[in-house]
Write a protein that binds this ligand. Structure first.
Ligand code: A3P
Length: 286
């Protein structure tokens, strides 16, 4: 029998479009439920530009900075993913800090503060290449990725357009436009700019703690609290418990109640297991 490759291709395309439409609907539903507050703070960026670094800096600056969270997106949600998943952001205490990769025009309108971090575009391209090779189905060459990036044919969209749109608002009073390179080369000064923008007085002790906790070494050491795979696992409710667990027989006795045991036996009446192997007796093996 002959296949129908063209029809198959059309159906696949249609199913992808339906999937995208379903995602869009979920985000719209999340947006309708979301109540903006004037003291909300958004950390905005194109992907791979130092967003997680800023999440940690702001989290340490605006809260008591404990490290009790499993993943940074719990205290500092990734805005659009949280909307998509129907997470109730209205339950979070103020001041709420959100991470977003949306362009300026896509964010809710309001007086809240936005901190944008931009990074050298070529470094972003390289970082994105490694990220998408490791975290997506893209397995192409650097050159292939380079050309896709140039025309914005990559999941985070067009870098040039993203930075251009945000930089048009760089002088707005409620926007602080930062550069990743300033954080790297002038960390203390940049931290002071952030604190001034947020009207926060920071004691020297707190300052030292923020610097230590947001250092590359510290964050690398606690990578499971910042990584993308861990974020997705937690969203899905995966705990990451051992797959090769106990490897023992009979542990069900410790778990099933008498009633569960009896119910299971009744349901098993249709199953006929082969008889267990007998241990060979000494005389037989002699
Ligand atoms: P590289 O891939 O170049 O190493 P984002 O959080 O926006 O996805 O950005 C990720 C980039 O920020 C990665 O860049 C990552 O290593 C870098 N980064 C994360 N935490 C950092 C820190 N504390 N100091 C310096 N760079 C950091």
């Amino acid at each position: 029998m002959r296949g129908h490759p063209r029809l198959a291709k059309s159906l696949r395309k249609l199913s992808q479009n339906c999937g995208e439409f379903a995602l869009w609907l979920s985000v719209q539903s999340g947006k309708l439920n979301f109540e903006p507050r004037p003291d909300d703070v958004y950390i905005a960026s194109y992907a791979r530009s130092g967003t997680t670094w800023l999440q940690m800096i702001l989290y340490q600056m605006l809260t008591d900075g404990n490290m009790d969270f499993q993943h940074i997106t719990q205290p500092v949600p990734y805005f659009e993913r949280a909307l998509l998943q129907g997470r109730d952001l209205n339950k979070l205490a103020s001041p709420r800090i959100f991470k977003t990769h949306w362009r300026y025009s896509k964010l809710p309108k309001g007086p809240y503060k936005r901190i944008y971090v931009a990074r050298n575009g070529k470094d972003v391209l390289v970082s994105c290449y490694y990220f998408f090779r490791a975290h997506s189905t893209f397995k192409g060459t650097f050159d292939e990725f380079f050309h896709k990036f140039l025309v914005g044919n990559v999941p985070p969209g067009n870098w040039f357009r993203h930075v251009a749109e945000w930089s048009a608002h760089a002088a707005d009073p409620n926007v602080l436009f930062l550069r990743y390179e300033d954080l790297t080369n002038h960390f203390e000064l940049t931290l002071r700019r952030i604190a001034a923008f947020l009207n926060k007085d920071i004691s020297p002790e707190k300052f030292a703690l923020i610097a230590e906790r947001s250092s590359f070494q510290f964050m690398k050491q606690h990578e499971d609290k910042f990584g993308f795979l861990q974020e997705v696992m937690l969203e899905q409710g995966f705990t990451g418990d051992a797959f090769i667990r106990q490897g023992k027989t009979g542990s069900a006795k410790e778990h099933l109640t008498q009633a569960q045991d009896a119910l299971f036996d009744r349901a098993s009446s249709v199953v006929i297991m082969p008889a267990p192997l007998e241990t060979p007796s000494r005389s037989a093996s002699a």
